[in-house]
Design a protein around this ligand. Structure first.
Ligand code: ARG
Ligand code: GLU
Length: 695
């Protein structure tokens, strides 16, 4: 009898243990806390977020605005992904000191490398300010009026918020403008590079393995936060001291196994979980394919040039990775949406929504939302595609066009207000320098020739021979003299003359039309969100990601991407060796790592089965921005480092499906193994707090 009771209780708990969702850390009490517990967590909401005491959130930093990082020692040592620190690692690299290729390890504090512009931001506290922000906003207002009142209100709240002088505040909209929160933050700006494995570990498998499992990438790098004499944020100074955090994560040496609870704590960037079926259809059938094609054309050129020259390889490493990453993601997203029948399922859900509207007498108010979406998306689709294609060509792939685009913006600004001259010059100078730091004219010309036709504009290859933009000195000369001279010179440049009418068309026609139509869609999406929560109040709603701190949780689980194929949730060093291709740019393995494998010199970092775990899968609902996020075990220890998702599962940005959506994490024991045994940086391990929660 007792056994039966236990079994029944177990089944109920399993069923209630829903997954998916990115939750606001200050609102976990109740539903989320219960769900987490039923998945195996021993943490309380207060362990995760507490304003008065130190809590897990104090160890989680927004890394340079785009990734996540976590503090792992009481001396401000920070862990994030290799691909998040990639730009910094690259910027310290040269042909002589190729840290991308060989890795880098500071053997003392003195050897740690400062990084201009890099910052890590912590969340001090989170406050619901919805009432103050929406004060006076009503349905009689136009979208524009609403938005300007909301901006005014939220600026007023920020201005009067009491905070310490070294802190900042910002506000963000949630649930499509149905709720607003204020964040008090602390931003540290003296962040030094401590260590990075060679790319053959940190980026092992490169593009071939990106977004897929089985995965064997040691995608990590280490930094250190420095603070002033009072342990507060400060600009770089050699007198700064390692930061003493309010909390740092202990590291578990016991790892995880299938079914174990994990929670991922970080700064997911953007999701779109409440789209109507018609939007998902548009994105996957029309929008993605055109952008995939543009990136594919660019990558063909870039990849060939990088293979042919080491110099080009170093220069373009970062740019190539950025272009290839979303390219492959969109392909996987399409696959997943198709495979999981997401559009049909969303339609079925919409039928339930429509029925609920009827039952609750909400038809008058919300009954036309779905048909309105159909109409708006049909009208929106062509311009949405055109605009994004422009961005892909002018801002993502073709650098000469990017320079003309920035110059165009400056010309427009100067025509409107000549007083902006100094500012405009400075910003354009830094743009040009940024591009030319890693520029190859030949490569860029090849990209131009292959992407521009996909935007439907005639080619003129001769601009590459005539323009001043492709050389930094001559490009900067374009910015000399007064406003009139600059404008005159720009308009004499062959590339500028070529690009200007295309950019004109973009601003005056394409983007203008896009903005207008997109505003209407966003307003309808806001209304839809409100209607969903009223018609189906018992569903679980989490706000779409918006680059604010979120908690997502789940369990370690494998998955089946295709019939008869099942992926185990854990990969091992053995798999690195299986994939080894000597000299290959993606799958080479350093001699030292092969030696460690051959002698089984694993120290304390092997699993119970004697093997070194490398990566593992979980059902945590993550997205871009969660890179570098800690995977935390049931007791609050660090067990993994999030860095990717499985290919078919990347659709979770629109459609989380617990069957196939998995996030990919590096096992922390692999990180420690590489730091200790491969790099010989034992002093870093000694700084950490290693624990054995399972013993
Ligand atoms: N796909 C991961 C993310 O979206 C990792 C990207 C870096 N790795 C790479 N091979 N490009 O950011
Ligand atoms: N690699 C991604 C990032 O840079 C995280 C993976 C994802 O999109 O899930 O944030």
């Amino acid at each position: 009898m007792r056994a039966i009771k236990i079994i029944i209780c177990f089944i109920v708990l399993q069923a209630s243990a829903q997954q998916g969702g990115m939750w606001i850390p200050s609102l976990l009490e109740g539903m989320n806390e219960d769900e987490m517990r039923s998945l195996g967590s021993k943490l309380t909401a207060k362990d995760i977020y507490d304003v008065n005491n130190s809590s897990l959130k104090d160890a989680i930093g927004h890394f340079n605005g785009g990734c996540t990082s976590e503090v792992i020692s009481d001396k401000g040592l920070v862990l994030t992904n290799h691909h998040c620190g990639f730009g910094q690692i690259q910027s310290h690299s040269s042909l002589e000191n190729d840290y991308l290729k060989d890795g880098f390890w500071a053997m003392s504090l003195e050897e740690e490398l400062p990084n201009e512009g890099l910052f890590i931001e912590f969340i001090v506290s989170i406050h619901d300010i919805t009432d103050a922000v929406l004060k006076g906003v009503d349905d009689s207002m136009t979208e524009k009026e609403k938005q300007s009142l909301i901006t005014k209100n939220s600026n007023a709240v920020m201005a009067s918020w009491s905070k310490e002088e070294w802190q900042d505040v910002k506000t963000k909209s949630f649930y499509k403008g149905n709720q607003y929160f204020l964040f008090v933050t602390e931003r540290f700006e003296d962040i030094r590079l401590v260590g990075a494995p060679p790319s053959s570990i940190g980026k092992f498998g490169s593009d071939t393995d990106n977004w897929v499992f089985p995965r064997h990438t040691g995608d990590f790098s280490m930094f250190r936060i420095y603070a002033d004499a009072n342990n507060r944020p400060a600009k770089y100074s050699k007198d700064n001291k390692p930061y003493k955090p309010k909390h740092f994560l202990p590291v578990s040496l016991d790892g995880v196994e299938e079914g174990d609870f994990t929670m991922v704590f970080g700064f997911p960037g953007r999701t779109n979980e409440y789209l109507p079926a018609v939007a998902i259809e548009h994105i996957t059938k029309e929008f993605n394919p055109t952008n995939i094609a543009i990136r594919e054309a660019a990558l063909k050129v870039i990849d060939a040039k990088m293979k042919a020259s080491d110099e080009v390889r170093i220069k373009y490493a970062s740019k190539q990775a950025r272009i290839a990453n979303a390219w492959k993601k969109w392909i996987g997203e399409n696959l997943g949406i198709e495979k999981s029948d997401a559009v049909e399922k969303r339609r079925a859900f919409e039928a339930i929504f429509t029925k609920a509207l009827k039952e609750k007498n909400l038809e008058d108010k919300y009954g036309n939302i779905l048909s309105e979406f159909d109409k708006l998306y049909k009208d929106f689709a062509p311009v949405n595609i055109k605009r994004r294609n422009f961005i892909e060509v002018f801002l993502v792939t073709n650098e000469l066009m990017q320079m003309t685009f920035r110059a165009y913006q400056v010309e427009q600004a100067l025509l409107e207000n000549p007083e902006l001259l100094d500012k405009a010059k400075a910003s354009l100078t830094s743009r040009f320098k940024g591009i030319h730091k890693n520029y190859d004219k030949d490569l860029d010309k090849g990209v131009y020739l292959s992407v521009m036709p996909l935007y439907g504009k005639p080619l003129d290859a001769s601009i590459y021979e005539k323009t001043a933009f492709t050389n930094l000195d001559s490009a900067l000369q374009l910015l000399e003299g007064d406003v009139k001279t600059i404008i005159k010179n720009l308009n004499k440049d062959a590339a500028y003359v070529y690009a200007k009418p295309i950019i004109d068309e973009f601003y005056n026609k394409i983007d203008a039309e896009y903005q207008q139509k997109n505003t209407a869609i966003s307003a309808l999406q806001t209304k839809y969100m409100t209607a969903l929560m009223k018609a189906l109040p018992n569903e679980r709603y989490f706000p779409d990601a918006n680059s604010t701190l979120r908690v997502t949780y789940g369990q370690v689980r494998g998955y089946s991407p295709r019939d008869a194929v099942y992926y185990n949730p854990v990969s091992y060093l053995d798999g690195v060796i299986e994939k080894y291709v000597p000299g290959d740019y993606e799958f080479d393995v350093p001699q030292k790592l092969r030696d460690l494998y051959n002698t089984k010199d694993y120290g304390q970092y092997a699993d119970k089965n004697g093997k070194v775990p490398v990566c593992f899968l979980g059902t945590n609902h993550t997205t871009g921005g969660n890179s570098g996020s800690p995977a935390i075990d049931a007791e609050g220890n660090l067990v993994g480092l999030n860095f990717d998702r499985v290919w078919e599962g990347t659709m979770s940005d629109m459609n989380y499906d617990p069957e196939i959506c998995r996030n990919i994490m590096v096992d922390l024991r692999y990180v420690l193994f590489i730091v200790d045994k491969y790099a010989g940086a034992k002093h870093l391990i000694d700084e950490m707090k290693l624990v054995h929660p399972k013993k």
